[in-house]
Every structure is written in C-alpha cells, then in structure tokens.
Write a protein that binds this ligand. Sequence first.
Ligand code: BES
Ligand code: MN
Ligand code: ZN
Length: 502
Amino acid sequence: MKIEVKSEKLQDCTAQCVVVGVFEDEQALPTSLKEVDEKMDGVLTGLFADGEISGKKKSTQFIHTFGKTAVRRIMMIGLGKQEELSFEDMREISARAVKEALRAKITQIAFVSNKEVDVLGASDAAHAFVEGALLANYRFPGYHKETEEKPELEELTVLCAEETASEVTEGVRVAEALARGTNLARDLVNMPGNYLTPTVLSEKAKEIAERYNMKVEILDKADLEVYGMGGLLGVSQGSIEPPKLIAIKYQGTDKWENVVGFVGKGITFDSGGISLKPGAGMDEMKGDMGGAAAVLGALEAIGTLKPAINIAAVIPTTENMPSGSALKPGDVITTMSGKTVEILNTDAEGRLILADGMSYARKIGASYLIDLATLTGAAIVALGTCTTAALTNDEALMEEVMEAAGEAGELLWRLPGYKPYMNQIKSQIADLKNTGGRNAGAITAGLFVGEFAEGTPWVHLDIAGTAWADKADDLSPAGGTGAMVRTLATLALRRTEQGERD
Ligand code: BES
Ligand code: MN
Ligand code: ZN
C-alpha cells in the first residue's frame, strides 16, 4: 500500500474519496470545504444548514461532486465534541472512515489534517489517521480454496498545510511502523497450530531479524539440553514437534548495555497436556503464542524506526501436548536457573518455558526484563478482555511501561505482587510448584515468572484476555489483536527520547 503526505488543496485531490472531519459543536461548514462548496453553488452549506452533515462521533456521510471539482467524493465524518476529542477517538474515527470507504469499494482515501490538528497536534493527528486506517484495513486471508476478493486500501494520503508537512510525515512514519508490527503479530496469532509450529515460528523470527540486520540465534533441542532448560524441554517432551528458543539482539547503541529483555511465551498450541483442557474453545489455544507475537511485532516496528536502545528478545517455543512421553502431574523438573519445580498441573506450562526464557535473556545481557504471555484464565476473570494485567518487582520500570501503554492507547492495570502470595507456590519437595490454586491465579503465575528475574527489574504482562478478540471492533477484526506491540515499541521510542535510565 502507498502512503503519502501531500501539501495539496482538498479540491485538487484525486483520491477516490477525501475524508473531512466535522465537530459536533461546529456552527459552519469546515473552511477546507469552502472552495468545493463555491464550485458546487453552495450545496454543502445547504446540507450543513439542514443538519444533514452531522458531527456526531463516527457518523458518516458521502457527498458526490458530480465533476464540479477534481475531488470526486467527500466523506464527512463526525468527530464528536471538540473539547473531548482524544488520540484514541481519532484512531477509531479513522478506522470507521476506512471501513465505510471499503464498504463502498473505495480503495484510495485521503485524510484532511485541518481542525483536528488544533486539538491533537499535527503529528499526533496524522499518527492517529494512519494507525487507525492500517489497523482497520487488516484482514487474515485464511486458507480457502478460492480466496474471496474483498476491497483493501491501496492508497492513503494525508493532506496538510506546507508548514506542518514535516511533523505530519514523522507521525505517519511512526504510525505505519507500529501498525505493521501489530498486524504482523495478528497474523501469527491467527495462524493455526499446524501451520505455525515452533520450527515455523523460528523461521519467521529469523526472517524478521535478518531483514533488519539484527543478530539471531535459534537454539534447538541439543542446545537447550546444554543449558539445562528443563522447563522448556519438559513442556515439549509430549510433542513430536521439536522445541526451539529464539534469541534476537537489536543493538541501537555502540555498547551492549542497558539492554531491555522482551521475553515472549511461544506455545504454538496448548492442549493442556496430560491435564487436558476441555474441548470447547480449545482451538483458541493456537493463539497461545500471543506473547511471542507481541515481541516479534515490536521488533518489526523497532527495526523500521531504529531507536537508539538495545533489545534482547527471547522466545521459548513449543507445543504443549499429551502423550506417553509427556510431563506428568507430580513430576519435578530443573530449570536453567537451577531452581526446581514440582508440576501439579501440566496446563500451567507457560510459566515453565518463561522461566528458562528469563534466565536466557539475563545470560545474554538483559538488565531489564519485560515478559509477555497469554498466561492465565484468571487474568481474564480479573480484568476481562480489554485490559492487560501487569505485575512487577520494580516501581520505575512499571511506571515506564504504564506511560508507554498510555501513549500507545493500550489498557493496562497492575496487580499486587505482595509477598504472602508467594506462599501459594512453595512446594514441599521442590523450590516452587507450578500452580498456586484458583485464588489470585494471575498473581501467583506472574510471581512464579518473577522468581526467574532474580532481582533484575522486571514487568510481567499477562495478555491472556487482550491478545485474542471474540468479536470485531473498530480497530480489529475477531481473532488476534496484536496487543502490546505498540506499547513495547513506544517504550523503545520513549527510552531513546529520554536517554536511558541509570
Ligand atoms: N494458555 C493458558 C491461559 C489462557 C487461557 C490463555 C485462556 C488465553 C485464554 C495457560 O497455559 C493455562 O492453561 N493456564 C491455566 C493455569 C492453571 C492450570 C493454573 C489456567 O489459566 O487455567
Ligand atoms: Mn496451559
Ligand atoms: Zn498456555
């Protein structure tokens, strides 16, 4: 798709449709439409006066110019009340405009950056247009014998004044990278388990890393044995698919220091293992690599934006399957850290592979750790599907992640990591047990992972609820959402702007 910034007058724009926002409290037609209105003998002013052009948030109205101007079609879209318009609203409004356009088989659209710029600033307004548009344009093609032809956006233009062109261009650049990363994560989550095996996931990771000249290392079973990664090996032993550990280094500064570790859970299918899950909804467990997808999506964005920071991305990946060779309840395993774990439920597998992922991220130099995982049903019970659950051992890093999420427009809420919860995961015969029972399930799972940070500042993000959507919304179809890609990438950009901590 072609994305352009043009300092062109609305009436001269040759895109199939120009989208113009109108506020609810507006008394007159937007000034950018003045010349079109004159050429059309005041038709637009008339429609406005009659109340046919509505500023109600997300309402849309097509206006045809019948050859009177170069611009063929205008879509008026309601922005709601001027004093209430936020970045997130603008993104959803843009998404709605794209969906309406596609419904009318319009594949080239232009956004006019005028009034809303006063509220959001030129760069943020352009960012919101483009991010909203690209997220709304996403579709997973699927595996049909004959693919259904559906209109897709081909050209996206942002029309702006010459004075704001450089700011607008910067907003567009960031938005495009973030949206591309998010859509990549969505694709990975939407891929069925038979297509996206741990081996295929490693190949995809390698492709992304190589595209952006990042160092990549894929550890196979023999390597995992050398490191004593009993967590990852244990979970994988019931599957015929070989496990992998993907490690990617993005180095944006001269020295490999102040490295942020992104550790993503990469279970390509979670059947529960011997503690088998119920059948209903088990198919969704093809998305149990949402954490890995978020990490790879963020790397895709970071590879384009090239922030001056260092990232160590680590993805332990395997299937969790029942079989004669599978891990059993009661078994005790030894992780790379040396800590032992009593397995009480083989369906609590994410924390076992993350344990080794965290140790490996520390080994390759991570001085901060952020793990991302579709870890617990309990996170969904606690916060539903719109908010990611967080846990930490470090106030400053938590604050940083919260701010990045706020800027990226993703919802996050912190759970308490108080010490007494640790009692729930202490074992009689090993250092830890892998479940702490039903109570506070999202917290005990997070704290289990935190044990492998071993004092390194760490934030845990449980995306079990947010990585997958049962229903479509403005910005995303049903299925993989790409949750936390934008937060991770925004965190990387903010670190560059602010200079690294310490
Ligand atoms: N992958 C699941 C968590 C999950 C559930 C993700 C629903 C997305 C949607 C995880 O491996 C799991 O099975 N967790 C168990 C832990 C329990 C056995 C302690 C759970 O949440 O039930
Ligand atoms: Mn599980
Ligand atoms: Zn799982």
